[in-house]
Design a binder for this molecule. Structure first.
Ligand code: A2P
Length: 270
């Protein structure tokens, strides 16, 4: 029996606590990156920035990995942005999905990259590398982000220019969106940098912060704990290094139970 048939079979006897949803759209960006959209169960509620456990049935058994929901809470579908790993237990299969296929999702979303985990401020920095942009794709499309902050700066760093495309499409989608474009206005800035190819903005975000170049490029003052807030999503090393820079600037880490000046979350999938 082939995999989709198995998924179908599984979908007819989905265990409690799991949704079986239908893929509506798949877009491949590079050999390593793709996004997909799927139906959203009416009862699935989440806060922008949270993640859910996404899965597929492989060899008769469900395999799940954490995925940030990339779509905003108001969207009637769900969007996810994923890497493709040739021998990845989930992504080696997930990268082959097509519209009409079934994807599993555990019912309870969670996560710390939520507006509630931040104390009030004026300027919100979202620092991302690779697929770490996903939770911010949700948050920058959520009107509440612009009710709470005067300025929102999304930084996205990848190895190669082609890997930035999801972010560029995202920003263009906001600019062309009838209502969202009015809400967002000129509050949103996108700062995209590349580390292993020629590009006008080059370097790791940590180096660009340390050298002051990010502030110069954006025409902004250095971090100020009184007004600046941060959210970080990337690899473990990127989180550690970016967090250290924010702490040096006097910002303290927050959580759902105790809001603070910045929050962090690993971009999960391997
Ligand atoms: P670099 O090319 O210099 O390693 P990865 O795919 O390895 O997660 O990397 C995604 C992006 O994050 C790359 O541009 C990479 O830069 C950058 N990066 C990797 N480690 C760190 C770190 N510790 N701090 C900041 N950026 C990092």
């Amino acid at each position: 029996m082939n995999a989709p048939a198995k998924q179908q079979e599984f979908a007819t006897s989905v265990p409690a606590g799991v949704f079986a949803e239908t893929v509506t759209e798949v877009q491949h960006y590079t050999d390593h990156l793709f996004r997909f959209r799927m139906t959203r169960p009416e009862s699935f509620r989440f806060r922008s920035g949270e993640f859910a456990m996404i899965g597929l049935v492989v060899d008769g058994k469900p395999i799940y990995r954490a995925y940030s929901v990339a779509s905003p809470a108001w969207d009637e579908e769900l969007e996810f942005f994923s890497i493709k790993v040739a021998d990845g237990p989930l992504t080696s299969h997930l990268q082959k999905i097509k519209p009409g296929d079934t994807v599993l999702m555990r019912k309870k979303p969670t996560g710390t990259l939520v507006l509630d985990a931040l104390t009030p401020g004026k300027r919100l920095y979202m620092f991302s590398t690779g697929t770490g942009i996903a939770p911010f794709a949700s948050l920058i499309r959520d009107p509440e982000t612009y009710e709470k902050f005067d300025e929102v700066i999304l930084t996205h760093t990848c190895r190669e220019v082609a890997e930035l495309q999801y972010g560029f499409d995202l920003i263009e989608g906001i600019r062309n969106h009838e209502f969202l474009s009015e809400i967002v206005g000129d509050k949103l800035r996108h700062y995209a940098t590349v580390t292993r190819e020629d590009y006008p903005f080059r370097g790791r975000i940590t180096d660009l912060i340390s050298s002051g170049k990010m502030f110069d490029d954006l025409g902004l003052p250095p971090f100020d704990p009184a007004v600046d807030r941060g959210m970080i999503c990337g690899s473990a090393a990127m989180l550690k290094d970016t967090k250290a820079l924010l702490e040096t600037a006097g910002l303290t880490e927050g959580a759902n139970s105790k809001p603070g000046e910045f929050v962090i979350e690993r971009a999960f999938v391997d």
